[in-house]
Design a protein around this ligand. Structure first.
Ligand SMILES: [Zn+2]
Length: 119
């Protein structure tokens, strides 16, 4: 005795699907594959958000491509760090030069002042 709350789909394994022609059509005339396709289209497979992309399964080729991209980024960051270190060194030398110049100037002013005072 059929239960009214349970939806049943009858598949006739001899009846061809009206859409794709494969055998095994349901009461509606289409097969389970075509029902699944229709369902997927109707509910729209939305494209994943960028931050979810990394969690998506990738092919070996995609993984190699991502690995190359990552290696490129890592080497660029290392280059930038080297440039910054070089720049810091130059600025430090510049600062030391300025301080030395300032000390010499101060010393010259002091000596000049003393000489003027002595005169
Ligand atoms: Zn079909």
């Amino acid at each position: 005795m059929p239960d009214a709350d349970v939806a049943t789909i009858t598949i006739d394994m001899d009846k061809p699907c009206v859409r794709c022609g494969k055998k095994g059509a349901s009461d509606s005339g289409i097969c389970l594959d075509c029902i699944a396709d229709t369902f997927a289209q109707r509910h729209g497979r939305r494209s994943p958000m960028p931050d979810q992309m990394a969690l998506m399964p990738m092919s070996a080729e995609e993984l190699r491509k991502k690995a190359r991209e990552l290696a490129q980024i890592v080497s660029e960051v290392a280059e930038m760090a080297e440039e910054h270190a070089q720049r810091r060194l130059e600025m430090k030398q510049e600062k030391e030069q300025l301080l030395k110049h300032l000390r010499l100037t101060a010393q010259a002013i002091r000596e000049q002042g003393i000489r003027e005072g002595e005169a």
